[in-house]
Ligand binder design. Structure first.
Ligand code: ZN
Length: 276
């Protein structure tokens, strides 16, 4: 069983009702091998202490979510985003995670092309800082339904284009989340491309329910929806990716249930997926 879970990581937001300490304790006890901290998990705590607690419990600190939100319509807004991302990079370094996930941002009404340029420029500006602190900035393309205000980067191809425009700098990469990318006819090719350039460093899993009643907070457990996760998982493995499979589920339905029961369901659906 432990072997089956050796690549399983969970995002703290998946069990949002739990405190940071409860997530660490309960994931470790269940045999989960990695944890990704959402930044709210550091509130009132030192990220360095949180990282130490996780490692002492036997968990690998996989990543921090999230930085990004670069686009703005004013110079002050652009600067605020850079400053906030520096803080996120600091927290990532302090907790001892290798990477910070970027939800890149968008401004309603601003042309997407302008937002994309601001995203690339913002990442370029942060790269020396991220590099000094040994933090990889992992661009997470978001489903196009979020192109209005969450991310102007909506495909793996766009994320790879940014990485390559930044000369495949070792401190920039891509986080592929099945919820955002499963529909993309080029997904297999783009996973292979990103990995070939060394730009593929994170893999997020959950499922897309039919019907989905809330496009933010009604994600499903793996196997509960229509995403062909086994195929995507195979493409990711074939690309040479050997990192964690990070369960990231926003769900009002699951947040309202008993979290111990829910964690059992997560392990169950993950093990079915790995056996498939
Ligand atoms: Zn994700």
């Amino acid at each position: 069983m432990t072997n089956h879970l050796s690549k399983l990581a969970i995002h703290t937001i998946t069990n949002k009702p739990w405190s940071t300490e409860q997530c660490i304790e309960n994931y470790a006890r269940a045999g989960v091998s990695g944890i990704t901290f959402w930044r709210y998990s550091f509130e009132g705590r030192s990220p360095a202490n949180v990282g130490r607690q996780a490692r002492e419990a036997g968990l690998e600190v996989v990543s921090v979510a999230r930085g990004g939100f670069f686009p703005a319509t004013t110079a002050a807004g652009l600067q605020r985003a850079i400053d906030e991302n520096r803080r996120a990079i600091d927290e990532t370094a302090e907790v001892g995670a290798p990477s910070l996930v970027l939800v890149c941002g968008a401004v309603p009404g601003q042309p997407l092309q302008a937002s994309r340029q601001q995203i690339q420029d913002g990442i370029a500006e942060l790269l020396p800082y991220a590099s000094e602190r040994n933090v990889i900035l992992a661009i997470e393309p978001l489903h196009p339904m979020y192109a209005d205000d969450r991310s102007a980067v909506n495909t793996m191809a766009q994320a790879s284009d940014i990485c390559e425009a930044l000369n495949s700098h070792p401190n920039v990469s891509i986080a592929c989340d099945v919820y955002h990318t499963w529909w993309d006819p080029d997904l297999e090719r783009e996973i292979t491309r990103a990995a070939a350039f060394g730009n593929f460093t994170a893999f997020h899993i959950c499922d897309w329910k039919t019907p989905t009643t809330d496009f933010l907070n009604d994600r499903g457990l793996m196997g509960e929806g229509c995403i062909d996760i086994p195929s995507i998982q195979q493409w990711v493995a074939d690309s040479g990716f050997n990192g964690h499979h990070e369960v990231e589920i926003f769900s009002n339905r699951y947040w309202s249930m008993d979290q111990d029961e829910y964690l059992k369901s997560i392990l169950d659906s993950y093990q079915k997926l790995r056996g498939s």
